[in-house]
Design a protein around this ligand. Structure first.
Ligand SMILES: Nc1ncnc2c1ncn2[C@@H]1O[C@H](COP(=O)(O)OP(=O)(O)OP(=O)(O)O)[C@@H](O)[C@H]1O
Ligand SMILES: [Mg+2]
Length: 257
């Protein structure tokens, strides 16, 4: 297995980039350096997995890059836009227009049907869904027969697929997932990961996901490893075995789940 240095210059455009990004919580003795000058780019039409021990800064990195959290120093770019240069309103608009989210707790509205949940972000933004695209996405995640159901009438895996469809439907420049398959059984998880990978391969979607699972990480084009708020390793073309192998190096630092 070969690795490419983090600074490797690839020709593909970068969908999002963090440069010397630091995030420090608290002050004095209670200070926690959650991110310590992290520089990382996420290329277009790539699926990147972020791994690392609990507390290593994975969620913090994702939230900062996605414009959901402020950072202490450094910079973040989504496409050509520097997040630091934006006012709150502009940031909200950028998040709405350019970023899709899939969280572990699916964040579906219980009173809305599956279809209404999928189109909600576009409804809020006042954008008309592209019907053909919407059909493609719904077909891909296999929800055609469940569109009128409310979340409580759906299985966990189906709810997660609604969340995936919601993220894909708006055609965001980049989708972030924080353990998007964390609470699914392995079969549903594999399905959701399959959809995400298809969306990258076939539709050119850019996806960044946090995961603890080497099997999930093997769906990615690249795995970035964090430890103590720093990027410590990177792996291209991962397999579950090669990921596991890398993870063993962190055993002295902490657990990965
Ligand atoms: N609001 C906060 N206030 C203070 N410290 C925080 C806060 N949020 C996170 N931290 C700390 O920042 C560090 C990174 O947290 P983060 O949630 O990014 O870890 P993680 O890698 O996502 O872990 P996990 O795998 O458990 O989800 C941890 O040490 C955590 O305790
Ligand atoms: Mg986390």
């Amino acid at each position: 297995m070969t690795t490419t240095p983090i600074s490797a210059d690839r020709t593909t455009a970068v969908a999002a980039r963090a440069t010397e990004l630091s995030k420090i919580y608290g002050q004095g003795e209670t200070q926690v350096v959650a991110l310590d000058r992290v520089s990382v780019g996420f290329r277009q039409a790539e699926l990147t997995a972020i791994m690392g021990p609990s507390g290593s800064g994975k969620s913090t990195l994702m939230h900062c890059v996605a414009g959901l959290d402020t950072f202490s120093s450094g910079s973040v770019r989504i496409g050509d836009t520097e997040l630091g240069s934006l006012k709150d309103k502009q940031l909200t608009k950028l998040r709405r227009d350019k970023i899709g989210f899939i969280f572990q707790a699916f964040n579906l509205l219980p009173t809305l049907t599956a279809l209404e949940n999928i189109t909600l972000p576009m409804d809020i933004a006042g954008r008309k869904p592209d019907k053909q695209w919407l059909d493609t996405v719904i077909q891909m995640v296999g929800l055609s027969g469940r569109l009128g159901h409310r979340p409580s009438q759906l299985s966990g895996g189906q709810q997660q697929r609604v969340a995936v469809a919601r993220a894909l439907a708006a055609r965001p420049e980049i989708i972030f997932g924080d353990e998007p398959t964390g609470n699914l059984d392995s079969r549903s998880g594999a399905e959701v990961l399959g959809f995400l990978r298809n969306s990258v391969r076939e539709l050119g979607q850019t996806v960044v996901m946090v995961t603890h699972d080497p099997v999930a990480a093997a769906y990615a084009d690249r795995v970035v490893f964090l430890a103590d708020g720093r990027i410590v390793d990177e792996l291209y073309g991962p397999t579950a075995d090669s990921v596991l192998d890398r993870m063993k190096r962190f055993d002295t630092k902490g657990r990965t789940s």
